[in-house]
Design a protein. Structure first.
Length: 249
């Protein structure tokens, strides 16, 4: 349990570093002079801007370079329009960015280069982003979702994932146990906690995307798709949508 509390606190801390005042939204134009990564840019004024509604993989993880290249090609050196939602504790501006008719956050999700990420209090674009992400997963778009179960050589067994940290992977195995705690549902593979070799985690913020519940996966052989990360050496994948899961039996 101590391990799970630590996981929850770390992930919750990541979610909570965002601060936004939904009563003081501002629209303004700016010029992008540098792209830091797939979801953060620098303006001509030196202001750093974190894109709202999405999250891309971290530098050094699979798909990070592809997202950064795409964003650089689309908006670096360009005039943009921003819907400013607030700022975070790192003094970065939180904003949706538009270039002409392009909604940049949505385009990154549609290209299979970014995940949806719920940190906008007014959720003005969340439904649109969620629908876009589901299509991207189902249609195997982009770096994040290009692998398919049909390509059997791409599918890892759950207990063989420790050598694939920071890689986007397909992982198969039997869900021996479904547990809930600290705002997270845990799908434990190949054994019950703490003897499981792999875990798929689902944050409560994504529960509305699982109308049938997560318990339907218990005692089932499934394949999950996502970025393999680790906590204290234990591999895991974060599940945002049922489209990331395929049931084999």
């Amino acid at each position: 349990m101590e391990k799970r509390v630590l996981i929850a606190l770390i992930l919750l801390g990541f979610l909570l570093f965002y601060i936004s005042d939904s009563d003081q939204h501002e629209t303004r134009e700016a010029n992008v002079t540098r792209v830091i990564d797939g979801d953060t840019v620098v303006l001509g004024s030196g202001e750093r801007v974190r894109l709202m509604g999405i999250d891309t993989t971290e530098i050094g993880e699979e798909c990070s370079e592809e997202a950064t290249w795409w964003l650089t090609d689309k908006i670096n050196g360009s005039e943009i329009e921003m819907e400013v939602m607030g700022e975070d504790i790192y003094d970065r501006t939180l904003a949706y960015i538009f270039k002409g008719d392009l909604h940049i956050s949505k385009e990154l999700v549609e290209e299979g280069l970014a995940y949806t990420y719920y940190f906008d209090p007014d959720e003005r674009y969340i439904e649109e982003l969620v629908e876009t992400e589901r299509r991207a997963i189902e249609e195997n778009r982009g770096c994040l979702w290009s692998k398919t179960v049909k390509d059997s050589e791409d599918v890892l067994h759950a207990c063989d994932t420790e050598d694939h940290i920071s890689e986007v992977s397909l992982v198969k195995g039997v869900v021996e146990e479904v547990n809930y705690g600290d705002g997270i549902t845990y799908l434990n593979f190949e054994d019950e906690y703490p003897n499981n070799c792999f875990t798929a985690i689902v944050w409560d913020s994504y529960r509305d995307r699982f109308p049938e519940g997560k318990e339907i996966y218990e005692d089932r052989r499934i394949v999950v798709e996502g970025l393999v990360t680790e906590y204290q050496g234990d591999p895991q994948v974060e599940i945002r949508d049922p489209a990331q899961i395929e049931t084999l039996n």
